[in-house]
Design a protein around this ligand. Structure first.
Ligand SMILES: Cc1cc2nc3c(=O)[nH]c(=O)nc-3n(C[C@H](O)[C@H](O)[C@H](O)COP(=O)(O)O)c2cc1C
Length: 300
């Protein structure tokens, strides 16, 4: 039985990854989850300098998921390299570093800094966070801006790059094609869908930021549709995510066209979700006689 998948020459032991921002940088979950079992650890977003994030409250529960407006709080690249990347050196899993920034220069600084870090297998460029005021989302909602930043990052990156796309667009196929045309090695989607919650008793927004990103099982059908459309629009591999709660969900994304999948908000509900998805995919393969996970990709 083959569970390995390949993206831009990087070989993953299985297609299961963590979705950025929902698993710390690995260390935070390592008491619960055997990181060696995962296809890859995708770290939380890291910028050139520390970011404090948005004011609280910045998470809210909603039916079928959650809203967040963390605002990409992170310790900055120096602490990340010394503490988080160092920690990941003892594990046999691939490491994908999620990169955020407010300007093209911010992104380039982080990408260049990570260039000689052998522990970094790939870079995931977050151009789709709906919760930061400047930069970020602007690159992810305009195909020319997406093309431009992708091309610039690709010129300096030493590792293969994954452009993380926003679902808050009219045509996901058009955005996927722009990333591919600019040289992206892969794309990942979906990031969160912009939402809002109002506390009718306090007569206030549930989040200080007013709006937040919706994630969790409720967004899965939207994500599956977008992964299907994007993966049929381009030839580069797609990493699918959005509401994955179990192996059946993961397999649905693979059948829609994803080469790999990532588990996000469900890590907060059950910290063992990633491992359960890895085991569940193997059980499915045995039960339904799937010899190679790659055989069921794009099967519909
Ligand atoms: C609390 C939280 C923090 C997140 N932080 C990041 C981040 O730093 N970078 C990023 O690209 N995506 C971030 N995301 C988006 C997730 O990686 C994922 O794309 C999205 O939540 C959809 O998947 P899910 O429904 O399985 O959570 C975050 C999501 C949540 C819930």
């Amino acid at each position: 039985m083959n569970t390995t998948v390949e993206i831009a020459g990087v070989k993953f032991k299985n297609p299961v990854m963590t979705a950025s921002g929902t698993f710390g940088s690995g260390m935070e979950y390592s008491d619960f989850v055997d990181l060696n079992k995962l296809g890859a650890v995708v770290t939380k977003g890291v910028a050139n300098v520390p970011w404090p994030g948005n004011s609280v409250p910045r998470v809210a529960e909603v039916y079928g998921g959650m809203l967040n407006a963390i605002g990409l709080q992170n310790p900055g690249i120096d602490v990340f390299v010394e503490r988080d990347l160092e920690f990941l050196k003892k594990y046999d899993t691939k490491v994908i570093v999620n990169v955020c920034g407010k300007s093209v220069e911010d992104y380039l600084e982080v990408v260049e800094r990570l260039g000689d870090e052998k522990r970094v297998d790939m870079l995931e460029i977050n151009v789709s966070c709906p919760n930061v005021k400047e930069g970020a989302i602007a690159f992810g909602q305009n195909k020319d801006a997406l093309f431009d930043i992708t091309e610039k990052i690709k010129k300096v990156a030493k590792q293969p790059i994954i452009m993380k796309l926003s679902p808050n667009v009219t045509s996901i196929s058009e955005m996927a094609r722009a990333a591919e045309a600019a040289g992206a090695d892969a794309i990942s989607l979906i990031n969160t869908i912009t939402g809002m919650k109002i506390d009718i008793y306090k007569r206030k927004f549930a989040l200080a930021n007013k709006t937040g990103g919706m994630s969790g099982p409720a967004i899965k059908p939207v994500a599956v549709r977008m992964v299907y459309e994007a993966s049929h629009a381009v030839d580069i591999p797609v990493i699918g995510m959005g509401g994955i709660a179990n192996a059946e969900d993961a397999i649905e994304f693979i059948m829609a066209g994803a080469t790999a999948v990532a588990v996000g908000a469900m890590n907060f509900h059950d910290p063992y979700t990633t491992e359960k998805v890895v085991d569940g995919i193997e059980e499915y393969m045995k039960k339904y006689d799937v010899k190679d996970i790659n055989d069921i990709r794009k099967i519909v």
